[in-house]
Design a protein around this ligand. Structure first.
Ligand SMILES: C=C1C[C@]23C[C@@]1(O)CC[C@H]2[C@@]12CC[C@H](O)[C@@](C)(C(=O)O1)[C@H]2[C@@H]3C(=O)O
Ligand SMILES: O=C(O)CCC(=O)C(=O)O
Ligand SMILES: [Fe+2]
Length: 373
């Protein structure tokens, strides 16, 4: 069984720069998915990382970089290279589609443009006609083959988690995302290089004026002064699988040895998948697994291209703590809700809101007032 997660009162400190992965990776666990020490050890390692950090780097994951990932990168890079008015055909995001700078419906902005797609093939085909007007079926097949590959990896990880947590049905998590009406999403984020922001302004590619900068006292690193590419948040779904090019920017909020929350810079590794626990897994495991807060700070002189698969259940799926996760000493933390109910709440909230708190059994009436709103 994995180490139970505790959530001590946390304070933030400045961003900590970690050595590159080859030098050990610091606080970020690396999991070799080829299971060199056997499946039992692998499942315990995955469960431990998801309980302690809610985040890990998966290597030897079985998705060949030159295959579906390379083909998707080529297709999405070609889209982002189009003129602004051509890209706008696939927008505005409702919430799906092409978006530029604006994130969600409640005033969040970041220094990026993106494509947000429903992962189901029919939805991809529908969207493809406004994304690749020359060859929409080619775009659809590139997206679909990527989704199939990454969904398989998501299922492998969820099954390992089920085993590592000692669930009665270890496949329970993966079954949620293989339902035909699963609500999983694919997001492709394109962060323009910091040093060409003025050129972008001039070209009116995507209005990047009044850029948000990280500030001292708000969890940022005053020394770095980077611009916010994608603001602090947790992912609402079950599990997110992120792959990016070799440009840094992703940071995760993890407690240091004194329990103080610290922004950890995640060194880029284009051959790896970065896996993070979402709010739904935290709720299903009654807080045993933690939904990690993360953000992207834009400071590089090269564009960052990231692709994230958000593994989600069907809208009607009911989320409540699994019986194995509830004990006399660990009573249910969250009230039961459907994914549809959770989505309605999340779309009414700002990006940084700790929305799971709204479903906390003690917090039903009060909401979370203090964070992000
Ligand atoms: C501000 C928002 C954007 C978001 C929906 C929300 O109201 C709050 C959660 C946000 C988030 C974060 C993770 C994913 O990127 C995302 C697609 C998701 O499911 O939740 C985004 C939403 C979005 O961009 O539509
Ligand atoms: O683009 C990235 O690297 C991360 C973005 C992210 O966290 C998200 O889209 O939810
Ligand atoms: Fe995210």
């Amino acid at each position: 069984m994995v180490v139970p997660s505790t959530t001590p009162a946390r304070q933030e400190t400045a961003t900590m720069l970690l050595p590159p992965p080859s030098a050990g990776g610091g606080a970020i666990p690396t999991v070799d998915m080829s299971a060199p020490r056997g499946r039992g050890a692998l499942s315990r390692q995955v469960a431990r990382a998801c309980a302690e950090q809610g985040f890990f780097r998966a290597v030897n994951h079985g998705v060949p970089p030159a295959g579906p990932p390379a083909r998707l990168d080529a297709a999405t890079s070609a889209f982002f290279a189009l003129a602004a008015h051509d890209k706008q055909r696939a927008g505005p995001p409702n919430p799906l589609g092409y978006g530029c700078r604006s994130i969600g419906f409640n005033g969040d902005v970041g220094e990026l443009e993106y494509l947000l797609l429903h992962a189901n093939p029919a939805a991809v085909a529908h969207r493809a006609s406004s994304i690749d007007t020359n060859d929409p079926s080619r775009f659809s097949s590139v997206v679909n083959e990527y989704v199939e590959a990454v969904k398989q990896l998501a299922c492998d990880i969820l099954d390992l988690l089920g085993e590592g947590l000692g669930l009665e049905d270890p496949r329970l998590f993966s079954k949620l995302i293989t339902e035909t009406d699963s609500d999983s999403l694919l997001r492709i984020n394109h962060y323009p290089p910091s040093c060409t922001v003025h050129k972008l302004d001039h070209d009116d590619q995507c209005k990047l004026k009044g850029v948000a900068r990280t500030k001292a006292g708000s969890g940022g690193n005053p020394a770095a002064g980077g611009r916010i590419g994608f603001g602090e948040h947790s992912d609402p779904q079950l599990l997110s699988l992120l792959r990016a090019n070799d440009v840094d920017g992703l940071q995760v909020l993890l407690p240091d040895i004194n329990g103080k929350d610290t922004w950890i810079q995640v060194p880029a590794d284009s051959s790896a998948y970065f896996i993070n626990v979402g709010d739904l897994l935290q709720a299903l495991t009654n807080g045993r697994l933690v939904s990690v807060r993360h953000r992207v700070i834009a400071s590089a002189c090269r564009p960052r291209l990231s692709t994230i698969y958000f593994a989600a259940p069907p809208l009607h799926a009911r989320i409540s703590a699994l019986p194995e996760m509830v004990t006399a000493g660990s009573p249910p933390r969250y009230r039961s809700f459907t994914w549809a109910e959770y989505k309605t709440a999340m779309y009414s909230l700002r990006l940084s809101h700790s929305r799971l708190d709204l479903f906390h059994v003690d917090d039903d009436e009060s909401g979370n007032g203090s964070k992000g709103k």
